[in-house]
Design a protein around this ligand. Structure first.
Ligand code: 4NP
Length: 156
């Protein structure tokens, strides 16, 4: 099993959106037996809460399920359990580096999955209010991540 963890600050806006979108892509590709997704936050403010209503609204609009997603905080053990740990913005990456060290091989930036390199971070809709912009980036990144994993791991 290949395991992917998306990490943002609160685990209520961006990373649960990425978890739901990526899982949906994995299902469409018929790879649910091979690839699993989860998400977590670096902060502890929203532990146990469902996704933000803006994330829920966007996922509902595009027909992607998110039932059962509840916020949790990332732990150092996640780096044993997961194969890819993907931070949504630079402060997430900084916090994750503080947890495991600066050059951890499993750690990557979500924006490195995007073709448009003008984005240095995935904008946080908790502050921007723009869930559509974030969704478009999340969708592209998740599609590219699946292609990358398929290529890396020779999955088809
Ligand atoms: P997220 O957005 O990191 O994408 O889940 C945020 C959610 C909550 C807060 C900040 C960002 N907060 O400060 O409570």
């Amino acid at each position: 099993m290949i395991k992917v963890l998306f990490v943002c600050l609160g685990n209520i806006c961006r990373s649960p959106m990425a978890e739901a979108v990526f899982r949906h892509e994995v299902e469409k590709a018929g790879l649910t037996e091979q690839i699993e997704a989860d998400s977590a936050g670096t902060g502890d403010y929203h532990i146990g809460k469902p996704p933000h209503h803006g994330t829920q609204q966007k996922l509902t609009e595009v027909g992607i399920p998110y039932k059962g997603l509840l916020a949790r905080q990332v732990t150092i053990q996640d780096f044993d359990e997961f194969d890819y740990v993907i931070g949504m913005d630079n402060s997430n990456i900084r916090n994750l580096r503080q947890l495991v060290g600066s050059d951890h091989p499993k750690l990557m930036r979500f924006v490195d999955l995007l073709a448009d390199s003008s984005y240095q971070e995935v904008p946080d809709p908790y502050f921007t209010g723009d869930f559509e912009e974030t969704y478009q980036l999340v969708k592209e990144g998740c599609e590219n991540l699946l292609l990358l994993i398929q290529k890396d791991r020779l999955l088809s």
